[in-house]
Design a protein around this ligand. Structure first.
Ligand code: PMP
Length: 449
């Protein structure tokens, strides 16, 4: 084996080398074909190898790739900013560009804190989040995240932010209606605010659909409306983490568009550039930016690569491609079909307890007992087994497990490029079924199911 000095997710494991990609397919150097059933990390939303994007990238590289944001703006970044303002709800018109989702959530966090400082509230600086959540891997973003497995080694270094429970409709107590459950969960925010004191809290952050730590858990109707009302009443900003759910992934421009709510800040990433370049952003309302402009006039955030012309031109080409090909609408239509088929998988397999999702962000949850909804022990690693079997058969899906028994689900995410056709969805599901079938037989043989 060729010697490698690259630190990989699993040290010591050999990974296939990528050769090229086209549409929903990826090919390794041995010529094996994979269906990219999760756009890598719910990222490649327009598919691989799109010529228009490659052309736009070359064009910008010929002009200029890098000019520092402290010195220059660019056509690309201005046009992308205008496009995002068009896409975003309410007065979320302002964009701060960064390069990763973690930077985006941390930038939103910093803007929220700065907003209150500019208004004279120096102590309003804590962020409330939810236990089942993932907002990024850097320390500030991890402080807001509930992803136990990723936090574990660093817990003592993380900011001690309070967390409330997220709604988990599959595990809703039977005696509550959906509406009562939505309110009950949202009202936990009110309790947390009372305990800590609104004078100490800058913002509440949530993913409209929980991704990496929950497996496409969709909040019930009425939940975010109630959250918005509680935030307003207590003068706390609402940050929607749209890193995974934004840019059409859920069949609407942003995940939060499924509720009748406008956040104060949004974090974007992943689908913003669909994997063609590192690109992410924090968006803020007119009110927030006007307040900071009248105050210090300088947002204390930013990275070397923030708003570089090369990434902006690439991302702009991706957004235009999405518009020209009606990919948001397609995600809604094909997503409905995908979810219906996943529900059929729930009906067909003993170890699959739930299928859920919005648009092209869907998930399956594995359970030991369908009646009681008892989960498998984390050590059984059912989701991981399904991922491995699927990968061997040429299907890539995304894990959604945070590794703590009792706290989280053992789930996978199916989130293919929004360009996927119905035939391709059927092909994807055929491989997924075969993988589940094998794991189910294996668990039976081991006496674990
Ligand atoms: N927020 C959410 C909702 C995410 O899903 C992710 C990535 N999985 C992040 C933030 C962090 O993004 P990145 O990995 O680009 O830093």
């Amino acid at each position: 084996m060729e010697r490698s000095y690259v630190i990989k997710p699993e040290l010591g494991k050999a990974y296939p080398k990528i050769s090229h990609g086209k549409g929903i397919y990826l090919y390794d150097q041995d010529g094996k074909e994979y269906i990219d059933g999760c756009g890598g990390a719910v990222t490649a939303s327009i598919g691989h190898g799109v010529q228009e994007i490659a052309d736009a990238m070359v064009e910008q590289a010929r002009q200029v790739s890098f000019a520092y944001r402290s010195h220059f703006s660019s056509d690309a970044v201005e046009q992308l900013g205008a496009k995002l303002a068009e896409w975003a709800p309410g007065s979320l018109n302002w964009t701060f560009f960064v390069s990763s989702g973690s930077e985006a959530t941390e930038t939103a966090q910093k803007i929220a804190i700065q907003y209150w400082q500019e208004k004279g509230y120096e102590r309003k600086n804590r962020i409330i989040s939810r236990w089942m959540s993932y907002h990024g891997i850097t320390m500030g973003a991890l402080s807001m995240s509930g992803h136990v497995m990723r936090r574990k080694r660093f817990t003592s270094l993380l900011a001690d932010y309070p967390a409330i429970s997220a709604p988990y409709v599959y595990r809703k107590p039977d005696e509550l209606s959906i509406e009562e459950y939505a309110h009950k969960r949202a009202d936990e925010l009110e309790v947390a605010i009372r305990r800590i004191g609104k004078e100490n809290i800058a913002a509440f952050i949530a993913e409209p659909v929980i991704g990496a730590s929950g497996g496409a858990l969709v909040a019930p109707a009425g939940y975010f409306e109630r959250i918005r009302e509680i935030c307003d009443r207590n003068e706390i900003l609402f940050i929607a983490d749209e890193v995974m759910t934004g840019m059409g992934r859920t069949g609407k421009p942003f995940g939060i568009n499924h509720w009748n709510v406008v956040p104060d800040l949004m974090a974007l990433g992943k689908g913003m550039s669909a994997g063609y370049t590192p690109m992410a952003a924090a968006m803020a309302t007119d009110e927030i930016i006007e307040t900071i402009t009248k105050g210090s006039g300088l947002i204390m955030a930013g990275h070397t690569y923030s708003a570089n012309p090369q990434s902006a031109a690439t991302s702009l080409a991706v957004v235009r491609y999405m518009e020209e090909n009606n990919l948001v609408e397609k995600a809604a239509v094909h997503g409905e079909y995908l979810l219906a088929q996943l529900k059929q998988i729930v009906a067909d397999y003993e170890m699959v307890g739930d299928a859920r999702g919005l648009g092209m962000l869907t998930g399956l949850e594995f359970v030991k007992n369908k009646e009681t909804k008892e989960s498998f022990a984390a050590s059984v690693g059912v989701g991981t087994r399904v991922l491995q079997r699927a990968f061997a058969k040429g299907l890539i899906i995304y894990p959604a497990m945070s590794g703590a028994d009792g706290l989280v689900s053992d789930s996978i995410i199916v989130a293919p490029p929004l360009t996927i056709t119905r035939d391709e969805i059927d092909r994807l599901l055929g491989i997924l079924r075969a993988a589940i079938e094998e794991v189910q037989a294996e668990l039976k043989a081991e006496g674990k199911l």
